[in-house]
Design a protein around this ligand. Sequence first.
Ligand SMILES: Cc1ncc(COP(=O)(O)O)c(C=O)c1O
Length: 440
Amino acid sequence: MGFIKYVIGDNTVLHLEKEDKEKVKYLLLDYKDNILHFNGINLEELLKKYKTPIFLFSQEILEMQYDRINEIFSSLNIDSLKIAFSVKSNPVPRVAQTFAKKGSYFEATSLGEVKHVLANGGVPNHIIFTNIVKTVSAIKFSLEHGVGLFAVDSWSDMLNIERVCKSLQLKSNVLLRVNPGTLLDDTLFSCTGINSKIGILNSNNLDNDSLLRSILDYCLNSKWLSFRGLHVHLGSQIINLDQYREGMRRISQLISQIENLGTKVKILDIGGGFPVNYGGKEIPPVEKFRDVIQEVFNGQLSSLELILESGRYLTAPASILVFQIAIIKEINPFLNIACVNGSFYNTIPDVIIADWFFPIKNVKHNKNSPIKPYRIVGSSNDTLDLYHGQNKKDNTVLLPKLEEGDNIAFLQVGAYSISFNSTYCMEERPLVHFIDNSSQ
Ligand SMILES: Cc1ncc(COP(=O)(O)O)c(C=O)c1O
């Protein structure tokens, strides 16, 4: 089954099965009769039924992103492939339910996330608990409910897990979570480098006196811990493949070193990182990450169970956020302040926290409208509550003329938005609505 690349609007690249021409029709995020359509649905019509701000999700895009990773990596000659949805990226129950139905694994980082997966159809044995701090109550609950894997992040973390195992007389499967020590310097959310809080630093050789070797030896001798392999999370939105390759090369070396000691590394769990196209910098496609894994782990792959954790890639393209323009203040010809009917703190706080640039589309688009510079601001009194447009000097973005009452859509917002949003100013939570053409 082959895939073709299909561009939705200017920003999202989807991959559709060649045979499935029908899907092309309704997966467009594009203008028809001057109105933005998402999944074939006329947004002006839809928004007559729902109030804004609203997160709209495409069921099809969500499923296709999962299938896409599966399809790309299934060409590797590996013992088994598992995709683990990183729950932290999106807490909407239907998202977890969708992946559970596909047989997904889940990367959970708290007692709340473990419970969320279980409540939404996830198989306990498919849960990997990865947080750097795992509370005793979270470990206890997870063990009692059959959570499959724990990623050991430090010496103390290992002792905590072991202590709870012993008290329950249960043995747990563990991965050692390793920081390869390489720095992803142009990745905004880098988790590696020698000063990172994440993982156990791999000093590049497994000497008797290294911390990693001590933890490994302890683990192998523990009655309550069963060493299954390695976990590595380099960061999120990784765009530098050379640095990704170097991190993976160090992990490959480590696998050889551990196996030279006579211990089998059965599982390699690679946490996150497949990037999303937000516009701007060029993004390597997921195939390139697969090729790096193929090249680096070459002879080791056939006996490995590969787990790929993903949050951003799975969920970001599946959602758009629509606001209404509440008030326009025309300051001067070069600056119009367009105030939306909600706060960014309460919807997509990454525009504040990480200066994140989500592409924007007017829902109604008259081709003859003049293009004007807008500073898009949130509804709270807080001056930080604004979207940082392309023009860094005055934070404006160029858009076709807006009027009060118009709707605007922010694209690619399905990851780390709903999970990050706050209760600041006690604004109401935005609605979440799924568009699911497959059930019609
Ligand atoms: C351990 C781990 N795995 C997976 C992810 C998901 O990363 P992404 O959303 O880039 O796929 C994260 C995100 O921080 C993480 O910490």
